[in-house]
Design a protein around this ligand. Structure first.
Ligand SMILES: Nc1ncnc2c1ncn2[C@@H]1O[C@H](COP(=O)(O)OP(=O)(O)OP(=O)(O)O)[C@@H](O)[C@H]1O
Ligand SMILES: [Mg+2]
Length: 470
């Protein structure tokens, strides 16, 4: 593929110098634009960017050094070469310290100028390339371990593979922690845009008053406080994928704007009149029911249909328990590595306990439980006692059990208080909660007495009461 001509912005207050430089560089295959001063240069960069800026130092208004500093604030990687006369030599050195790539001295020599520019642009290319690679490797790691052997997950993988090929908008639904973001990354990484950016935005995390400028960008001076131009998330994702996470949190007025982006593939920066074209693949996720949001007037029906072209529903973990052991082993190895621990392994009983939980926080909850167990357990082995469950215990399906309100293991416990103390050492955290609840009830919620019954310190008991929300 042919690279587009590098774009150089020439900044000088003298018209003839701008012209000479422009002619020289155009002849050598650069695309040139010019600006007569710092202000004009900043506006030009805001408007159309530049691969390199070649600037004079002494200029009325914002001078070369001021321009350099302003440019570096918005884009630390921008390549700036300063042009210096003997009189401004000291300033040129100061400019180098402030991040100029190099300087050329006046009167300038055509070869020297192009040589410096070429080197500068080469460096810029390397920086960009490096960043892209790093990002890609990061993303590969993320989506490299998307596990699941259950029929439900196989169906999801099949849909992801099909969706990845197309540009269709995909709505990913499912409870919290089921892997919606992972699914979105996987669609991106398996499709033709994998080399291009994947920009994930949590729509619930952006303050309403900043939303438009965050998404669409703004020009300098568009509103009070907008002292720098901002390209915005859409521009950042151009050519790649924009992932709108928690889409239900988008305010209605932004929903209208997004509908336009999806239909026309263009948008307007805040403070700018002309629309800009953008080539995006949009993925959206939510753990709310959008049809319900539509019925209640919080979500636009037209946007819902526009997003819901392909729908992928992430199954809750409790409906695919067969995936739990593989996930658990994966998270254990990951936690051990990340925390610099030695090798760790589960007792079969621990895996059995893990597979029996209901996980209202789904895969994320499983991951947290395992990370905590990995860090808290002393030796190599993780047993059932090392597992700590915050949520309510899973309904047990064993038909041999007597029905009762607590977990079956407790139903069989004799009611004697000493037995409670012994029981606490044996059972896993899910039942611990119930035992503590019973102990508290038996002493009219007197914590000191309950702690004594349970063989816990008062402080430990209070921590557990808080953890379990008792
Ligand atoms: N099938 C899976 N294989 C491996 N890891 C998974 C899987 N599903 C989820 N995870 C991991 O679980 C965590 C939660 O996943 P993710 O952030 O994608 O969930 P989510 O559905 O977007 O959650 P939320 O609705 O809370 O934003 C992440 O650490 C993710 O890597
Ligand atoms: Mg998410």
């Amino acid at each position: 593929m042919k690279q587009p001509a590098p774009h150089v912005l020439i900044v000088d207050d003298e018209e003839h110098i701008r012209r000479i430089m422009s002619i020289m560089l155009t002849k050598r295959g650069y695309r040139c634009t010019t600006a007569a001063g710092g202000e004009e240069a900043l506006a030009a960069v805001d408007r159309e960017g530049a691969d390199a800026v070649l600037t004079d130092l002494m200029m009325p208004g914002i001078d070369g050094l001021g321009l350099l500093r302003r440019l570096k604030e918005t884009d630390p990687d921008i390549v700036v070469v300063v042009v210096t006369a003997f009189a401004t030599m000291e300033t040129a050195i100061e400019a180098m310290k402030a991040g100029a790539y190099d300087y050329i001295s006046k009167p300038f020599n055509e070869d020297e100028m192009t040589l410096v520019l070429e080197k500068a642009l080469e460096r810029r290319r390397l920086i960009d390339e490096n960043r892209r690679l790093k990002k890609e490797i990061g993303e590969r790691e993320d989506s490299g371990s998307f596990l699941g052997e259950s029929p439900a997950m196989r169906r999801v993988f099949g849909m992801i593979a099909k969706a990845a090929e197309s540009k269709a908008t995909v709505l990913i639904t499912g409870e919290s922690g089921t892997g919606k973001e992972l699914a979105a990354r996987s669609i991106h990484m398996n499709g033709p845009r994998r080399e291009r950016p994947f920009v994930a935005v949590n729509c619930g995390a952006i303050p309403q008053n900043l939303m438009e400028s965050e998404f669409f960008g703004h020009v300098r001076g568009a509103f009070t406080g907008a002292d720098k131009a901002k390209p915005g998330l859409l521009t950042e994702a151009d050519g790649g994928t924009l992932f709108l996470d928690e889409i239900s949190e988008l305010p209605l007025e932004m929903q209208v704007k997004f509908l336009r982006v999806l239909q026309e593939e263009e948008f307007r920066r805040v403070g700018e009149n002309a629309p800009r074209k953008v080539d995006l693949r949009v993925l959206a996720a939510t753990n709310k029911s959008l049809p319900q949001e539509v019925r209640e007037g919080r979500f636009r029906e037209d946007l819902f249909y526009r997003l819901n072209v392909v729908r992928i529903e992430m199954p809750p973990l409790r409906d695919r328990r067969e995936d739990i052991p593989a996930l658990a082993l994966h998270f254990l190895a990951e936690a051990a590595t990340r925390n610099g621990l030695g090798p760790k392994r589960f007792l079969p009983a621990a895996l059995k306990v893990l597979a029996g939980q209901s996980y209202s926080g789904n895969v994320r909850a499983l991951r947290n439980i395992i990370e905590q167990a990995a860090v808290m357990s002393d030796g190599e082995i993780i047993g059932p006692d090392d597992l700590f469950f915050a949520g309510p215990p899973a309904p047990q399906q064993d038909p041999g059990e007597t029905p009762g309100d607590g977990p079956p293991s407790l139903v069989r416990l004799p009611p004697g208080l000493m037995d409670l103390k012994a029981a606490l050492r044996q059972v896993t955290a899910e039942t611990e909660r119930v035992i503590i609840g019973r102990a508290l009830a038996s002493v009219a919620a007197n914590r000191t007495q309950a702690a004594r019954l349970l063989g816990l310190s008062r402080r430990a008991l209070i921590t557990k009461i808080q953890t379990y929300g008792l």
